[in-house]
Write a protein that binds this ligand. Structure first.
Ligand SMILES: [Zn+2]
Length: 372
């Protein structure tokens, strides 16, 4: 296949050039079908490393077959790789979810490139929408048991670093997964120690943690001061104010921001009553909240929706937004040689956007699955 005429995303800028594919890879030359796409952008498929569900499915409670349907929906939206995220739930439930996710790859769906283990090693003081009944102290043996159940698929492990035993687990687990500071009441010193001991990522910056205060900079300040630490940002227009999104891009730079959806099962569906990890959630006007206490319960916007919101409503340049929704998540997972850009040799996951940033085509592993 040859895509001709589009402005193509490159690491430095958009450049007008052909993009060719051969089999499942991007190639330097190509043949076969020619897609003429002037007035369009060609971008690498987006990679959502933090998502709990969509289309009525919760990844901690669905079968591998359901998970495949969700991955197919995500691919149709231009999200071509995913790390489904777990929640604070009993060990048995988590083990089963990890096993189902590991069996869920679909030829027509987003690739499952890992599991994001969000909970149960979180602070009862910063629950967000997690269930307090199943919060646990950090325990490397539980992480290892779930890692076995998933066949080694857990690529991100979330921890509140102030919990007893957390620093030891951070040191151990960071040898085999990205350790992310999450759902935490930690201040600057503890967070800085966690980064020094191997944590390298922050889960949904600002949400479920103390704010950036000028005398108490907390996790936000510690992450800024720790070179190479990446921060997740939910750009759905609900979780973080547009002004703070802009400030975060200035503060961390476009290399260190990873856009995530944190989407729950209502993504792709209408307002109504839903669940997150078995807890009732009410969705109205693009906002999902726990019925329990009104806590924000994830987003109802997929990563493509977040990326477009960041550009259209928050003033983030398109080039930077694509980087943060594709290249940077690939880099965070250590798979940027395979995904996250449109250079020869990468997996041929390509999304074509029109000038208004609507998805017009999705090429998934070299196959043209969406044509509008
Ligand atoms: Zn989450």
């Amino acid at each position: 296949m040859i895509i001709r005429g589009a402005k193509v995303w490159g690491e430095k800028a958009f450049v007008r050039r052909d993009v060719c594919t051969e089999g499942i890879y991007i190639s330097s030359r190509g043949g076969g079908v020619v897609l003429q796409r002037p007035e369009s952008y060609a971008i690498p498929g987006l990679i959502d490393i933090h998502t709990h569900g969509c289309m009525g499915l919760d990844y901690t409670a669905c079968s591998a077959e359901d998970m495949r349907a969700a991955a197919e929906y995500e691919a149709s939206r231009g999200v071509t790789a995913l790390c489904p995220a777990t929640l604070t739930l009993p060990e048995e439930t988590l083990g089963k979810a990890c096993g189902e996710i590991a069996r869920a790859s679909s030829p027509r769906g987003a690739a499952i490139v890992g599991i994001n283990m969000e909970g149960p090693f979180i602070s009862p003081r910063r629950l967000g929408a997690q269930n307090p009944d199943y919060v646990r102290r950090p325990d490397i043996s539980l992480f290892r048991a779930l890692q076995r159940a998933s066949g080694g698929m857990i690529k991100l492990l979330d921890i509140a670093p102030e919990l007893e035993g957390a620093m030891e687990v951070i040191e151990e687990a960071s040898r085999e997964a990205v350790v992310s500071i999450a759902h935490t009441a930690a201040g600057y010193e503890i967070a800085s120690e966690a980064f020094a001991r191997g944590a390298s990522h922050v889960t949904h910056l600002y949400n479920a943690m103390p704010p950036l205060h000028h005398r108490e900079p907390g996790v936000v300040g510690a992450a800024f001061d720790a070179p190479g630490v990446r921060v997740e940002l939910i750009c759905d227009g609900v979780h973080v104010h547009p002004s703070v999104v802009r400030a975060t891009f200035r503060m961390f730079g476009e290399d260190r921001v990873v856009m995530v959806s944190d989407s729950m099962m209502a993504a792709g569906l209408a307002d109504g009553e839903y669940e997150l990890g078995g807890m009732p959630v009410r969705v109205s006007d693009n906002r999902a909240v726990l019925v329990r206490d009104g806590a924000i319960a994830g987003s109802v916007t997929d990563l493509m929706g977040c990326m477009v919101t960041a550009v259209k409503d928050m003033g983030i340049p398109l080039h930077a937004a694509v980087k943060c929704a594709s290249y940077n998540p690939a880099a965070a997972l250590g798979i940027s040689a395979e995904r996250g850009s449109l250079e020869p040799g990468r997996t041929a996951d390509i999304v074509i956007l029109d000038e208004a940033l609507n998805v017009t085509d999705v090429i998934l592993r070299g196959e043209h699955i969406v044509v509008k």
